[in-house]
Design a binder for this molecule. Structure first.
Ligand SMILES: CCCCCCC/C=C/C(=O)SCCNC(=O)CCNC(=O)[C@H](O)C(C)(C)COP(=O)(O)OP(=O)(O)OC[C@H]1O[C@@H](n2cnc3c(N)ncnc32)[C@H](O)[C@@H]1OP(=O)(O)O
Ligand SMILES: NC(=O)C1=CN([C@@H]2O[C@H](COP(=O)(O)OP(=O)(O)OC[C@H]3O[C@@H](n4cnc5c(N)ncnc54)[C@H](OP(=O)(O)O)[C@@H]3O)[C@@H](O)[C@H]2O)C=CC1
Length: 301
């Protein structure tokens, strides 16, 4: 048990071309959980066709859950479904759904609830942003990030909660956000959206408790996934230095936390934010564009 996890990216090789875990990795990664932990459990994962969402879909399926994944790109979803089917023999449901479209979200949640008898855990993982100085954001760019990360997550939360309320069924929401406590230069749009999700979650965790609905957030630090393709090489060379462990996390680190929250072991956790960042919140910062020139004055750079 004291062996370091495999696939922890090598800090001496921060620019390696492979980003994230392969399907072979996800099929074989060791897990601390017993193989029937989520038998009978129904989980909907947005953004499940790549990165962390894909790792969650693999692990939940390996632990016995019935899983649906959604995203905008059918090919990614189908590929993930096929790979999980091959690895586990389980059927993953795919929805080509843009979470920014509330009617599409409503239809997806109704369909998956009808097909399975009801969702137990909704994981709002879909999202993203692009690095840019806030002063240069276009209106369209700002709206794209807010609409995806804040509005899209909210449509999913509200629709799931409405369905649970009308079915008289308990439910659990896990929102994947980011580590935004100190802000993140070049990511003001996503920081605004993620802070919105965190405080939405804390608020409805109270409002919805009488319906037996719990709401929690996970704030990942730097987690190596396909999503890193968005960032320039120069930024990637620095990412692993943004925490005292000088390491990038991997998608399995987040997937296992999601499974823990979905399990009965976490039944009394509500309204919380769990940070998985190797200590970045204590010491370190992601600054994709590098330290601005004005830090040179006084030798701080
Ligand atoms: C930012 C630093 C944070 C560092 C954190 C480090 C660790 C975190 C890593 C991750 O989060 S990795 C996961 C990343 N994955 C993604 O981001 C993938 C999903 N992302 C997206 O789908 C998009 O980026 C989006 C922002 C959600 C937008 O989706 P949409 O499909 O609507 O956008 P577009 O049509 O492509 O663009 C709309 C609009 O946005 C502006 N814009 C887009 N990209 C850039 C860019 N690279 N630079 C500047 N502006 C950009 C632009 O105004 C676009 O309009 P048009 O110009 O295309 O008309
Ligand atoms: N990797 C990291 O270090 C960190 C990541 N995060 C966040 O964690 C989440 C997962 O990221 P990661 O796995 O790294 O990156 P990925 O880019 O691999 O995953 C993002 C997923 O979201 C889906 N998605 C994006 N927009 C929409 C939309 N409008 N509707 C439906 N699906 C959508 C994408 O699929 P498609 O494009 O096909 O729709 C994709 O599968 C994201 O929210 C990310 O911002 C937070 C902190 C750090």
């Amino acid at each position: 048990m004291n062996e370091p996890r495999i696939f922890r990216p090598d800090p001496d090789d921060p620019t390696r071309s492979q980003r994230g875990l392969t399907e072979q990795d996800l099929a074989a990664m060791p897990t601390v959980f017993r193989s029937d932990l989520l038998d009978g459990h129904v989980m909907l994962i947005s953004g499940g066709g790549s990165g962390m969402g894909k790792a969650m879909a693999f692990l939940a399926s390996r632990l016995g859950a019935t899983v649906a994944i959604c995203g905008r790109t059918a090919e990614k979803l189908d590929r993930t479904r096929d790979a999980i089917g091959e690895a586990t023999g389980r059927t993953v449901h795919c929805y080509t759904t843009n979470i920014r479209e509330p009617e599409a979200v409503e239809a997806m949640i109704a369909d998956f609830s009808d097909v399975t008898g009801g969702i137990d855990t909704l994981v709002n993982n879909a999202g993203g942003q692009f690095p840019q100085d806030a002063i240069d954001f276009t209106r369209k760019g700002w709206n794209a990030v807010i609409d995806t990360n804040l509005n899209g997550t909210w449509w999913m939360m509200q629709e799931a909660a409405r369905r649970w309320r009308s079915d008289g069924r308990k439910g659990h929401i896990i929102n994947i956000v980011a580590n935004v406590e100190r802000g993140m230069p070049q990511a003001a749009h996503t920081c605004a959206a993620r802070a919105g999700v965190i405080y939405l979650s804390k608020t409805v965790a109270t409002e919805w408790a009488p319906h037996d609905i719990r709401v929690n957030c996970i704030g990942p630090g730097v987690i190596e996934t396909e999503g890193f393709a968005m960032y320039p090489e120069e930024a990637l060379k620095r990412f692993h230095k943004a925490n005292p462990m000088k390491a990038r996390g991997n998608a399995w680190d987040v997937a296992e936390q999601v499974m823990y929250l979905a399990s009965p072991a976490a039944d009394f956790i509500n309204g919380d934010l769990i940070i998985i960042d190797g200590g970045q919140a204590q010491w370190g910062v992601v600054w994709p564009g590098g330290m601005p020139d004005y830090f040179d004055e006084g030798g701080a750079a």
